[in-house]
Structure formats: structure tokens, C-alpha cells
Ligand binder design. Structure first.
Ligand code: PXP
Length: 249
């Protein structure tokens, strides 16, 4: 089976920095460490409220890292202007609500198809790989293909929550739906990624989905870094992902 790329989301390095209003810990330093530890890409989410990553972080990441940057954002005019200025490798469009703690659901591509088709056209023309962060609902997958997205990232948050709550049957059903979603997306010519809420304990069944090409993982890794350091935390995730794919092959 093809090796799975690991994108490391460094948002929460910025969360810790911003808690004190100081200059550290520095998200760019984390990204460079992640690169050294074997990350294949860096993901950062510039939220409308700038609660973690800020504009200057995106500039620094674009200038400083040697691996692809996946720029996560809401589909707003403000973000399109920033993306078109920076031209990152990839843009992952996510829904955003101010009151949420994290990205709670997938994007409603089917319900906003015309606007999103127009929204992504200039981003694609600028050379960015455009990704839609969606649930496994076939309607959302099919709409993502129709509007010309290159990638869908399947939201694994619900699976992760069920797994953490010990709801094994429900987690298995969710996993099965994610597998079907990955198969459908792949059959429509979309590159398939996944992420949200992934940990050492729940990553293996997701990593074993053959159509997947990339996982994006953040919060858990930054938490583990407190105990074992960021490099070793990423290396351990890499090992578990590779093992899961090996076993499946
Ligand atoms: N992928 C997307 C699109 C996300 O919005 C997030 C969270 O910012 C992640 C992956 C990473 O999720 P987590 O931080 O829970 O690992």
C-alpha cells in the first residue's frame, strides 16, 4: 500500500503562545522540528478570529519551511486574498463558527455548490491544491468532485469521539462509513485525506484505509510533545501509521 503522508497541524503551539501574549513557543520552530522528525507537510488554520495562528505566522511558515504548507481557512473573501498573496501548496476549506472550540462539522459543499465552485476557481488557477473538509456523506463527496476540488479531507472527529467514549460498535459503524466515503471519493478522482481527533490509540484503523493519501494531526501531537518532545511524538505517530498500512498490505 502507498505510504501515507503525515501533515502536522501546529495551531496549538500558537494557542500556548497566545495564552501569554508572548513570542514563544514559536510555531515556525515547531514546524521546522516537525519537518526534521519526518512530517510530510505542515497544516495551519488561520481563523477569522486569529485565536491561534496569525497572519505573520503564515508568512513565516511560507518563507521558512521546506515541506508543503496546507493553509486551512473558511471560504471568505478575506482568506482568498491572503491565499492568493501567499500561494501555499494546498488550501483546505473548513466551516467556521466563532463560538466553536474546534472545527465541529464538515463543510456543506452540496448546499453551497455554486458559490464554492466560483470561490475555488482562482485558488486553483493560482496553483493551490484545493481540499474540502467534509463528512462522509456521499452528497458532499459528489458535490466536491463536481466543483473541481482536487482533494477531500474526511472529518474523523465523530469516529474519534465514539472511540474515546468506548462506543465500539458505533465507532466501527462510523469507520465503515468513512471507508465507503474514501472509496467513493477515490472513484470520482478525488485525492482522499482524513483528520481530526486522531491519537495513537485510534489512528490505526483510519491509516489502514487504502484510498487515503494523507492524515492531518495536531492537537494530540502537541499535547504529547509536552511529555516526550515534539520530534519523538511525531516519530511515534509515523511508526503507528506505517505499521497499520504494513499490516493491511
Ligand atoms: N484537519 C482539519 C481540516 C482540521 O480542521 C483539524 C483541526 O484544526 C485537523 C485536521 C487536526 O485535528 P486535530 O487537531 O484534532 O488533530
Amino acid at each position: 500500500m502507498e505510504k501515507l503522508r503525515l501533515g502536522v497541524n501546529i495551531d496549538h503551539v500558537a494557542t500556548v503562545r497566545n495564552a501569554r501574549g508572548s513570542a514563544w513557543p514559536d510555531p515556525l520552530r515547531a514546524a521546522l522540528l516537525a519537518e526534521t522528525a519526518g512530517a510530510d507537510g505542515i497544516t495551519a488554520h488561520l481563523r477569522e478570529d486569529r485565536r491561534h495562528i496569525r497572519d505573520a505566522d503564515m508568512d513565516a511558515l511560507m518563507a521558512g519551511i521546506g515541506i508543503p504548507l496546507n493553509f486551512e481557512c473558511a471560504a471568505t473573501d478575506e482568506m482568498a486574498a491572503i491565499v492568493l498573496r501567499l500561494r501555499p501548496h494546498a488550501v483546505c476549506l473548513v466551516p467556521e463558527r466563532r463560538e466553536e472550540r474546534t472545527t465541529e462539522g464538515g463543510l456543506d459543499v452540496a448546499g453551497d455548490e455554486n458559490r464554492l465552485a466560483q470561490y475555488i476557481a482562482p485558488l486553483r488557477d493560482a496553483g493551490c491544491r484545493v481540499s474540502m473538509f467534509i463528512g462522509h456523506d456521499p452528497r458532499q463527496i459528489e458535490a466536491s468532485a463536481r466543483i473541481g476540488a482536487a482533494v477531500v479531507e474526511l472529518h474523523t472527529g465523530h469516529y474519534s469521539d465514539l472511540h474515546a467514549e468506548g462506543q465500539i460498535d458505533e465507532a466501527e459503524a462510523e469507520l465503515e462509513a468513512l471507508r465507503r466515503g474514501a472509496t467513493l471519493a477515490h472513484s470520482l478522482g478525488l485525492e482522499v485525506h482524513a483528520g481530526h481527533g486522531l491519537t495513537y490509540d485510534n489512528v490505526a484503523p483510519i491509516a489502514a484505509i487504502p484510498e487515503l493519501r494523507e492524515l492531518n494531526i495536531g492537537h494530540f501531537l502537541i499535547g504529547e510533545a509536552v511529555f516526550m518532545g515534539l520530534g519523538p511524538a511525531i516519530e511515534e505517530m509515523r511508526r503507528r501509521i506505517d505499521m497499520a498500512r504494513h499490516r493491511r498490505a
